[in-house]
Design a protein around this ligand. Structure first.
Ligand code: AMP
Length: 545
């Protein structure tokens, strides 16, 4: 092969920060802080602090490849850690504080973190877990001297601002292999221990470019993006890299993710686009309904992480003139895989047709290949009919799990593609329709029923605020769907009323056998409905009759 004659410069995360500081110096990072108040600075000033922090980390003995953990909300200090740690060739290990205590213990020990940076809100949590963490772990509270915890059981607790101030303000980032790891995020699978997804510099930079290329309208210079998706959940879907690259401001909400707080932050900071899971968007939508309008500058809603209900898409587009983009992805994919982007012809369609298209999970981004796999590993056609397991391939997709040979051995299929565990259809136009997680499908008398399809329709029914479907055992049909509903405030929907509405859109055999009402649905650590917990809650459920 004749080699091209281009420079072999590595794609490093540090180059994203240098670019933003150089080309978009005054574009802001705005943060609601956990101490109270709002912090703001531009990318150039962010880089200065990040240089100090990186030098301080080196002085603390952090070496290339070391794992440095964070337990923190979305804020500027967390952003600084992303870049300072990656810049010196170490690995920023973002930990989800909503995980169970045993999972947190497992993760910190498995990663063998050397330092743990945490927001002061998590002081009691860290103190309670410290005896279960490695003895050599050092702790840094992400605050200034004035807000340090008075008394603490944490040995040698350091103060973030003191640490940062001790570092020199200049740094030239070291050059190293672009395949070096820069970030680590554990995904809590449905069975077994959490698995570590170890991202490389190259994957993060490429993923950011892929995301920007696939949602160009969101990433116009001067756009103001609010990541509701946490920095501890799969790199906040790439926003901490994509926004600085594109010259967009980042507006970090801190610990306040309720609809009211988000609405008022969007309003005061003139946010143009925001990314989050449907459950968090539901809170914002409720707030919009209360005000009878959207936050003034908001134009684009991106939602994913679980299926976005058609009713929600319709309300955003019809009542508030917002442009909704539905995305699908996985922690293992950095994480974005597909995004809904309509062609000009599709954009010109009427609302119902557009909502139907946007209820699908979108089309693949550049850099992500999709295939459907049937029984025996056979490839299935992308004809919008065939249903199979979705496998993916690309430069920002895992080839294994950190320090986990067993899980790594099972990750890829014979052709080297990653098996997602999602069941899907792909249309001739490339549109992906996620039918279900393999384990959430309802197996009813030889037919498969999609829990996602029923939920999607159920949340659009009158008087329903939220809904989930699980399979319950059935003597004749093996399994049947059970619909669990949270009533809308002040509404009194009945089982019969909901089933009658569902019957207008579902075949008889797909209709749930029963509807039960609950006060709230259990959520996972990443804000999705926890089907595992629901199944456990209804383990003894007996169908009526
Ligand atoms: P996580 O790695 O925790 O982000 O979870 C990834 C899983 O979430 C995927 O494998 C899907 O099962 C589910 N998921 C993500 N986005 C969507 C979506 N737009 N629609 C349906 N399921 C989704």
């Amino acid at each position: 092969m004749l080699q091209g004659m281009m420079m072999d410069r590595p794609l490093l995360v540090s180059s994203v920060l240098d670019y933003a500081a150089d080309v978009h110096p005054g574009i802001e990072i705005v943060s609601v802080t956990v101490e109270g108040g709002v912090h703001r600075y531009g990318y150039a000033d962010a880089r200065k602090r990040i240089a100090r922090l990186a030098n301080a980390l080196l002085a603390l003995g952090v070496k290339p490849g070391d794992r440095v953990a964070t337990l923190a909300w979305n804020g500027y200090r967390h952003f600084e850690l992303y870049y300072a740690i990656a810049g010196i060739g170490a690995v920023c290990h973002t930990i989800n504080p909503r995980l169970f205590a045993e999972q947190l213990t497992y993760i910190v020990n498995h990663a063998q973190d050397t330092l743990l940076f945490f927001d002061v809100t998590f002081t009691p949590l860290v103190e309670s877990l410290q005896p279960t963490f490695p003895a050599s772990l050092r702790y840094v509270a992400m605050t200034d001297r004035a807000h340090m915890p008075d008394k603490t059981s944490l040995p040698g607790l350091l103060c973030y601002e003191d640490v940062l101030a001790s570092g020199a303000p200049e740094i030239t980032w070291p050059d190293f292999d672009e395949n070096a790891a820069c970030a680590l995020c554990y995904t809590s699978g449905t069975t077994g221990e959490p698995k570590g997804v170890l991202y490389s510099n190259r994957a993060m930079v490429l993923h950011a470019l892929f995301v920007i290329a696939s949602s160009a309208k969101t990433f116009q210079v001067g756009g103001r993006i609010l990541p509701m998706v946490p920095l501890f959940h799969a790199n906040a879907w790439g926003l901490p890299y994509a926004a600085p690259l594109a010259g967009c401001a980042l507006v970090f909400p801190g610990a306040k993710l309720d609809g009211e707080s988000i609405f008022s932050l969007m309003e005061s900071e003139r946010v143009t686009a925001s990314w989050g899971v449907p459950t968090v968007w539901m809170g914002v939508l409720a707030e919009m309904k209360k005000h009878g309008r959207k936050p003034a500058a908001l134009q684009r809603v991106l939602s994913g992480g679980s299926a976005v209900p058609s009713a929600m898409i319709a309300t955003f587009e019809r009542d508030y003139g917002l442009d909704v983009c539905h995305g699908w992805g996985m922690t293992e994919m950095s994480p974005v895989g597909t995004l809904s982007r309509l062609s000009p012809e599709e954009e010109a369609m009427d609302l119902d047709a557009r909502v139907a298209l946007k209820s699908l999970q979108g089309r693949r981004m550049f850099g992500v290949e999709l295939k459907l796999v049937g029984a025996g590993g056979k490839r299935l056609p992308h004809d919008g009919q065939a249903v199979g397991e979705l496998h993916v391939r690309g430069p920002a997709i895992v080839r294994g799990y950190y320090n986990n040979p067993q899980a790594t051995a099972q990750a890829l299929d014979a052709e080297g593609w990653f098996a997602t565990g999602d069941v899907a259809r792909i249309g001739p136009d490339g549109s992906l329709a996620i039918v279900d997680r393999t384990k959430d499908l309802v197996k009813s008398g030889g037919e498969w029923i999609s829990s996602i399809d029923i939920e999607n329709i159920a949340v659009g029914c009158e008087g329903v605020s939220n809904a989930a479907v699980i399979a319950v055992p059935h003597p004749k049909w093996t399994e049947r769907p059970l619909l669990v509903v949270v009533k809308a405030k002040g509404a009194e929907p009945t089982k019969e009323g909901i089933l009658a509405q569902l019957a207008t859109k579902l075949a008889r055999w797909q209709l749930p056998d029963d509807v039960v009402f609950v006060d709230q649905l259990p959520l996972t650590a990443t804000g999705k409905i926890s089907k595992r917990e629901l199944r456990a809650r209804f383990a003894d459920y007996k169908a009526p009759g």
